[in-house]
Write a new protein. Sequence first.
Length: 136
Amino acid sequence: MKTFNKLTLGVLTSTFFMGALMGISSEARAQTSPNAYSEPDSDIVMVYDSDYIRALNRAKNLARMAAEEANGGLDDYRAASYMHGPAVEVPFVDNGQSWTFAFYGTEPASDVPAYKSIVTVSKDGEMVRMEYNEAI
């Protein structure tokens, strides 16, 4: 069994979930990330240090707020519920100096996804860039 460090494991697992969320095939994920895999091993446990989790959570919140602003504010938009939960459960890719988050949003009082957003946030939180934001 191959051993991964905690950051590599987060990238691998996140690449899988990001691809699944965005409808990217396992072959395409393997091309975009040489370490990507299509099925996570059931005996792998992800371990992150607390500084990493705090920074990731801050970046997740900044990504969510960027989508909320871009889609008309909280009167018109709600990010997917997982964007309010633990950061390590959110689809993300660790780009080295930044994280990229991919997520859906709905109109208030609806469960039907109405928007798809991809937002990149620098690890220091100074840069927030909306990569993609469209109604679906």
